[in-house]
Design a protein. Structure first.
Length: 136
């Protein structure tokens, strides 16, 4: 994961925590680990998805579990992170490869995290495809 907001050594504790959670979520999504994602995502999570639909947490988890959404590769580049009290916003770009043909989608994303009972959880996500190309 690349972060253009500064080196990890200069990051505050909340920034390090969010970066680690973003990475944990990326790995969990690749593995279709719904248990980890369920822990990372707030119950009221809403996703404005690249499927051109707004989805609730349960819908995303069901689609992932059923294999309807799946990535064979998933890279994240964080461009900025900001905090507003108990809310943190992560913005950047990601690149995913999707089965069955391995098509590559380059997307823009925003993840919104909220501190709930001492733990950061994602409350909202927006991702849209900026470009799509056939696998090389």
């Amino acid at each position: 994961m690349i972060d253009k907001t500064g080196s990890p050594e200069s990051a505050t504790t909340w920034e390090r925590d969010i970066r680690a959670l973003e990475e944990e979520g990326r790995i969990a999504f690749l593995a279709a680990d719904v248990q980890t994602l369920s822990r990372l995502w707030a119950d009221g999570l809403v996703v404005n998805s690249p499927l051109q639909k707004v989805l609730a947490k349960r819908e995303v988890l069901d689609l992932l579990q059923a294999g309807r959404i799946r990535h064979t590769a998933y890279e994240i580049e964080i461009e900025t992170m900001t905090r507003h009290g108990d809310v943190a916003i992560v913005m950047g770009r990601d690149t995913v490869a999707d089965p069955p043909d391995g098509a590559i989608s380059r997307r823009r994303f925003t993840n919104v995290w909220r501190l709930e009972n001492g733990a950061w959880r994602t409350i909202a996500r927006h991702a849209h495809v900026a470009s799509r190309e056939a696998a090389g």
